[in-house]
Design a protein around this ligand. Sequence first.
Ligand code: AMP
Ligand code: MG
Length: 350
Amino acid sequence: MPGTKAATTLRSIAIRLSLSLLLAFLLTACQPDQLAKQQFLQFGTLIEVTLVTSGDDAARLFGDIERLLQIRHRQWHGWLDGDLKQFNEALTEKPGREVAVPASLRELIQDSHYYPRLSDGLFNPAIGRLVAAWGFHRQHPPDHEMIALISQDIPGMDDLILRGQHASTRHAQLQLDFGGIAKGLAVRQIAELLQRNHIRDFIINAGGDVFAAGRKGSRAWRVAIDNPFADGIAAGLELRAGESIFTSGNYRRFQTDDQQRRRHHIIDPRTGEPSTIISAATVIHPDPVRADVAATTLMITTPAGLRDMARALDIDQFLVITNDRQVFVSDTLQRRLSWRQPEDFSFQQL
Ligand code: AMP
Ligand code: MG
């Protein structure tokens, strides 16, 4: 019967099709997981992305990450021509005039209003002009006249008035600088890009600031915390899936003044001067943005104020090393650390 023959043919096609689909699935499933790695030079630092994949999608994903970073670098840069520079210029050109907030800056500006409130104004992205006057952007010597002028009345994020998608300021010295937060947002956006593409296991290392997802095969991703006083590491630890670890320090970017004092790039908005007590602050948190902000902020606190500031920023795991090698570390983090040479440090009660 012709009907029966057609049905048999259809059935055999269906069987062959499902067999070949099964074979394709098995072949993909059997392909061993591989590590694919690429480095990008953006945000003034080397960003290395490593992912575990059994497919051939790594090259495409690295291309997407490269483009994302190139765009963000331009948009968020404080003094190269781009969205932030133009926005800063437009803001102070005419006091009180409303300027459209570019879409690329909205999330950063929102976060930049939120974190100063939590940190009692210590985290203050409105001090771009002060940071520039200290000469850290272009490795210039400090402009002491300008520093003195701005320090008389240091702008804060409250001086940036937001109305819908528009902003204005009457503070002539207000300039946004996202140096303490932009790397965290870039890392978060790379992680989101990879997760959207169903990559489960990866690590993003932006010059020592890290976000880890999943695992490296059968092991956890391992990271190290720099020794602020010498080349090499102070301690190592395993990151849990979905954690980020960020460190701020006075040992990466600094100048030495006439009296051999170290002038580094994190400014205490209460004094207008680089913060003085702490050499390095490390924070672990699931959100790379919060970790980035908190590490910068803890650099400006005192040992006595650490606990309260960490609580205000909702940070549970942190480590601070002072200039005189005292270590203040939360119990939750200390339990996870393996110190290389603990005798080099003096461990203090928090
Ligand atoms: P980080 O390396 O993440 O600690 O960020 C340091 C950068 O944050 C500096 O280079 C400045 O661009 C910016 N910055 C300096 N002082 C502050 C501050 N008090 N609040 C927010 N950002 C700051
Ligand atoms: Mg930071």
